[in-house]
Design a protein around this ligand. Structure first.
Ligand SMILES: [Zn+2]
Length: 329
């Protein structure tokens, strides 16, 4: 391989990475958003954006930039990597909750490595990989072709742990990696690529790559242990209000039935319900699938009120003011 070429590519990549101006948490370098992509809207399931399927067959437009990119307040291995972890607001808040739970529940520290990536950056990463491994085909097993990466949606994040500071299969064997794989769904993330799903996803095992889809869908997929591609195939058969307002219990139940080629009775009622009847249709359709928990509990789990993005630390003096406000009378 031509060394000059490789150097040029790396230099271009570095130039692009560092072209992003330095910033603080208060002013992240958010790229200008574009309207929701028409290609994505018409050819790919687009339900509140979170079920957008992106893979080799379902590509995103070159010009697509998510509308509401923010910086999640989570740790990265080094300060400079903070510039690379932009995500959409909802996904960012969910990531903060995931990191907090890892620490509070198990004492695990996670690092975010890579969030939103533009089409251009993905193209450079891919071309660099082609140079490295010698063919586009081999490169595709390791790096997504531009337009086929979920990172362009602002809904994907790559994770590391202090004990494992690179992106490799071994992350899945670390305590942190195992915990993330088993718990990410509680915060709306799915482990997107597993070896068993390789034929469907086109990507090898990537225990570090998590995709935000929302708690209801993530938990349904986790319980069914099916890849996103399969889930979306069946999700398309459900009315949109079920996909945006049904709990994980209902979604997992309906999709398991559809996969078993049972025509769920509940589905007909859900399809017939008019707008005013949707809430009670959801409640009735969920009842047969509940196991132990109430309908409300299932809903609260799937749609908790999100906490606002964490505020800066409050120091003792400020806390004092909050606890004992003066001048209020
Ligand atoms: Zn990734």
């Amino acid at each position: 391989m031509n060394l000059m070429k490789k150097c040029c590519l790396l230099l271009t990549l570095l130039a692009l990475l560092f072209a992003v101006p330095a910033f603080s948490h208060s002013s992240p370098p958010v790229p200008s958003p574009t309207p929701p992509p028409e290609a994505v809207k018409t050819s790919i399931l687009d339900l509140g954006r979170h079920l957008v399927l992106v893979n080799r067959e379902h590509r995103i437009s070159k010009t697509y930039i998510p509308q509401d990119l923010v910086l999640p307040r989570v740790a990265t291995r080094k300060e400079s990597l903070q510039e690379q972890i932009l995500m959409t607001r909802e996904a960012a808040q969910a990531l903060e909750a995931l990191f907090e739970a890892a620490l509070m529940e198990e004492g695990h520290v996670l690092y975010a490595v890579s969030g939103y990536r533009s089409y251009g950056i993905q193209q450079i990463l891919f071309n660099t990989k082609v140079q490295e491994v010698g063919s586009r085909e081999r490169a595709q097993r390791r790096v997504a072709l531009a337009g086929t990466s979920e990172h362009q949606l602002g809904l994907a994040i790559d994770l590391q742990a202090p004990s494992h500071l690179n992106l490799s299969q071994a992350f899945g064997d670390t305590e942190e990696g195992k915990w993330a794989g088993e718990n990410a769904h509680r915060f709306g993330f799915i482990l997107r690529y597993k070896t068993a799903w390789r034929d469907l996803t086109g990507i090898s095992d990537e225990p570090w790559h998590f995709r935000y889809v929302g708690i209801a869908h993530a938990t349904a997929m986790h319980q069914l242990d099916i890849p996103f591609e399969t889930y979306v195939t069946y999700a398309r058969m459900l009315p949109e209000y079920v996909l945006t307002g049904g709990s994980h219990v209902l979604l997992a139940g309906l999709i398991a039935d559809l996969m078993a080629e049972k025509q769920p009775e509940a589905l007909q009622a859900l399809q017939k319900a008019d707008e005013a009847g949707q809430e009670s249709a959801l409640r009735q359709a969920t009842a047969p699938y509940l196991t132990g928990q109430s309908y409300e509990q299932a809903l609260w789990y799937s749609y908790p009120t999100p906490k606002p993005t964490a505020e800066p630390w409050v120091d003792a003096d400020e806390e004092e003011v909050l606890l004992h406000p003066s001048g209020s009378n």
